[in-house]
Design a protein around this ligand. Structure first.
Ligand SMILES: Nc1nc2c(c(=O)[nH]1)N[C@H]1C(S)=C(S)[C@@H](COP(=O)(O)O)O[C@H]1N2
Ligand SMILES: [Mo]
Length: 386
C-alpha cells in the first residue's frame, strides 16, 4: 500500500524564485529547543528537513534501541511489543502532509497572550514514511468498546508555568479510534526519505494528517486503547478551546482538526516593495479534512479581493502553493496585504479573531504590513521576479 506523491508539485522546486535566502531557523526557546522557519524563505512545496520547525515541550529523550519497544496495551486482545526492526519490517506507506502547530501565528493576537510568539513559520509540509497505525492496532486486536487511542511519547518533564503540571509528566495526546483506523495516520520513522532526527521524534512518531501538530506525538513508545475520553494534561489543561455546541453552555474541547488558512511568504512582514511595478506575491494554503479550492488576495486593506492562482495539484492533507501578481501602487507608503483561503466544505477564514479559541487555532485573516517605496533605477521588470 503505497501512495504516490509524484504530482506536478515536483516541478515547483523553484516555486518561490524571489524567496529570501534561508539563513537558519529562528530560536523561540532554548531549553527545550523550539525553532521557527522564517516563512519568507519558503521556496518549495516539500520543505527540506533542516528547514522544518521544531516544537518540543520537554528535552529530547535519550533512546537506546537495544531496549526501545513500541507497546500497545489497554482494550486489546493481546498486548503487543514491537522492536524498531519489527515495526520497520511491516508494510509501509508515505503521506505528504502539512504539520502546523496550533499556536502558529500567535504574534497576530491582540492583546498579546502567553505562549511561544510564533510568526508564520511554525508550519511545514513534508513526506513522512511509516506503518499505518491501523495495522499495528490490528496486530493487537481492538476490543469492542474502545473509542480513543492514546499516543504517549518518551519525553518527560514538569510544566512550571501556570497552569502547572502535577510534577513530572510525559507528553501524551489521544485521537478517536475512527481517526486512528484511517489509512493516512501512520507511525513514521522517516521524513523525506531520511530517518527521523532526534528533534523530530527519532525513532518513531505518530503522523496524524488533518490535525494540528500536537497530535503527531514524537518519540512514541506507548499506545493505549481506552473506552472513554483521555483526560491528560495536553488534552484538558493545555491545547483546548471554548466552544458552544447545540445550545449547550460553553464547553472546553481539545484542539484537534486543522482549520482553513492561507499564509503569505512574499512579501514578508515589513518588506520594502518597489512602487509602480509588478510584484509576485507567493504563499501556501491548507486545511484539515478537505481541500483548498480558493485563495484570494487583498492589497487595499480588505476593501476588495482578487483571486490568486493555485499552483500544482491538490493533495489531500498537504498544503497548496499560490501566487498573485500585484501591480503595486505608484504612491509610496505603508500598505497592508492579506490572503484568505476557502476549502471544499465552504469554510473561509474569518476576518476577526474568535475569542473562544484562546491562544490556539489562529486562522483569522492576517495583515502583512509592507512599505511601498520608489526604488531608484528599478524598472518594473526588475521587480517582476518569477
Ligand atoms: N512527544 C512529544 N510529541 C510532540 C510534542 C512534544 O512536545 N512531545 N510537541 C507536539 C507539537 S505541539 C507539535 S506542533 C509537533 C511539532 O513537530 P516538529 O517538532 O517535528 O515540528 O510535535 C508534537 N509532538
Ligand atoms: Mo504545537
Amino acid at each position: 500500500m503505497s501512495t504516490s506523491t509524484s504530482t506536478n508539485q515536483g516541478t515547483l522546486a523553484d516555486a518561490n524564485a524571489n524567496a529570501r535566502p534561508f539563513t537558519g531557523l529562528i530560536t523561540r526557546d532554548r531549553e527545550p529547543e523550539n525553532l521557527e522557519f522564517p516563512f519568507s524563505a519558503l521556496s518549495s512545496w516539500i520543505m527540506p528537513n533542516e528547514q522544518f520547525f521544531v516544537r518540543s515541550h520537554f528535552p529530547v529523550p535519550k533512546v537506546d534501541l537495544q531496549t526501545w519497544r513500541l507497546e500497545v496495551e489497554g482494550l486489546v486482545d493481546k498486548p503487543v511489543s514491537l522492536t524498531l526492526e519489527e515495526l520497520r519490517g511491516m508494510p509501509s506507506r508515505s503521506v505528504t502532509m502539512v504539520l502546523e502547530c496550533a499556536g502558529n501565528s500567535r504574534i497576530f493576537l491582540n492583546p498579546k497572550v502567553s505562549g511561544l510568539q510564533w510568526e508564520l513559520g511554525a508550519v511545514g509540509n513534508t513526506e513522512w514514511t511509516g506503518v499505518p497505525l491501523s495495522e499495528v492496532l490490528k496486530k493487537a486486536g481492538v476490543k469492542a468498546g474502545a473509542v480513543e487511542v492514546v499516543l504517549e511519547g518518551m519525553d518527560r518533564g514538569e510544566i512550571k508555568k501556570e497552569p502547572v503540571s502535577p510534577g513530572k509528566i510525559s507528553y501524551a495526546r489521544s485521537i478517536s479510534l475512527t481517526k486512528a483506523m484511517s489509512p493516512e495516520v501512520i507511525l513514521a520513522y522517516q521524513m523525506n526519505g531520511e530517518d527521523l532526527t532526534p528533534a523530530h521524534g527519532f525513532p518513531v512518531r505518530a503522523i496524524v494528517p488533518g490535525h494540528y501538530g500536537m497530535a503527531s506525538v514524537k518519540w512514541l513508545n506507548r499506545i493505549i486503547l481506552l473506552d472513554r475520553e483521555f483526560r491528560g494534561y495536553f488534552q484538558t489543561t493545555d491545547y483546548t478551546y471554548w466552544n458552544k455546541q447545540d445550545g449547550m453552555p460553553v464547553q472546553l474541547f481539545p484542539v484537534s482538526e486543522i482549520e482553513v488558512k492561507a499564509e503569505i511568504s512574499r512579501p514578508g512582514l515589513h518588506e520594502v516593495v518597489p512602487a509602480d511595478s509588478v510584484y509576485r506575491m507567493f504563499g501556501a494554503a491548507w486545511t484539515g479534512e478537505s481541500d483548498v479550492v480558493k485563495v484570494e488576495v487583498s492589497t487595499d486593506g480588505a476593501k476588495s479581493w482578487q483571486p490568486a492562482q493555485l499552483l500544482g495539484d491538490p493533495v489531500r492533507y498537504a498544503w497548496r502553493l499560490w501566487e498573485y501578481h500585484w501591480s503595486t501602487p505608484s504612491q509610496p507608503g505603508r500598505y497592508t496585504v492579506m490572503a484568505r483561503a476557502t476549502d471544499a466544505h465552504g469554510n473561509t477564514q474569518p476576518m476577526d479573531r474568535d475569542m473562544h479559541r484562546g491562544t490556539y487555532v489562529i486562522t483569522h485573516v492576517q495583515p502583512i504590513d509592507v512599505q511601498v517605496r520608489k526604488v531608484n533605477g528599478a524598472s518594473s521588470m526588475d521587480s517582476y521576479a518569477i
